[in-house]
Design a protein around this ligand. Structure first.
Ligand SMILES: CC(C)(COP(=O)(O)OP(=O)(O)OC[C@H]1O[C@@H](n2cnc3c(N)ncnc32)[C@H](O)[C@@H]1OP(=O)(O)O)[C@@H](O)C(=O)NCCC(=O)NCCS
Length: 140
């Protein structure tokens, strides 16, 4: 666990309160419908996940899916609104990337392109996606 400027960056997910994460994300308009149990499963099944904490509050998340060789996909990059623009997302991405040497890293963003440009990402045309069946249809 790394602590900078009173923000702790946790990659060991033991002790994370997933119900608090769910309510914090919902309160900050970044809830995509996962239950606390689904949040826990998706974070724990990631290659690396980071949860930024300020005291007892969850103030940031980021995680990466990776095959460990050549391809990685960054998801759930979020900083609590009142904690933005103080380097939390930059630090979370640095932590994720520290174990991705040599890999091609992708992400989707609706309106944060300037942020990810600042973090070294470049637009690449041809991105496509689909949901298989019903979103979150498999349950926890
Ligand atoms: C995108 C988001 C995660 C950025 O988090 P953050 O902690 O504020 O980002 P940082 O403070 O680490 O800033 C990272 C870089 O982006 C730049 N940046 C931050 N906010 C910016 C903005 N609104 N416009 C332009 N650049 C911005 C910073 O200047 C910094 O670059 P620098 O270090 O060269 O100065 C945050 O705005 C957020 O949670 N948005 C809603 C969720 C979202 O859209 N997530 C992305 C989709 S996965």
């Amino acid at each position: 666990m790394l602590v900078t400027n009173e923000t702790a960056y946790k990659t060991d997910l033991r002790g994370i309160d997933w119900t608090t994460m769910k309510s914090t994300l919902a309160g900050d308009n970044f809830d995509n419908g996962r239950t606390p149990e689904q949040l826990q499963t998706s974070f724990e099944n990631s290659h690396t996940a980071v949860v930024a904490c300020h005291g007892d509050s969850i103030v940031g998340t980021a995680r990466v899916l990776s095959d460990g060789v050549c391809n990685a996909y960054v998801v759930d990059v979020w900083t609590l609104s009142q904690f933005r623009e103080r380097g939390i997302a930059r630090r979370m991405l640095e932590i994720l990337e520290s174990d991705l040497e040599g890999q091609h890293v992708c992400l989707f963003t609706d309106d944060a392109e300037p942020v990810f440009s600042a973090l070294g990402f470049a637009s690449q045309g041809g991105g496509m996606s689909k949901v298989v069946g019903t979103w979150l249809g498999r349950g926890a």
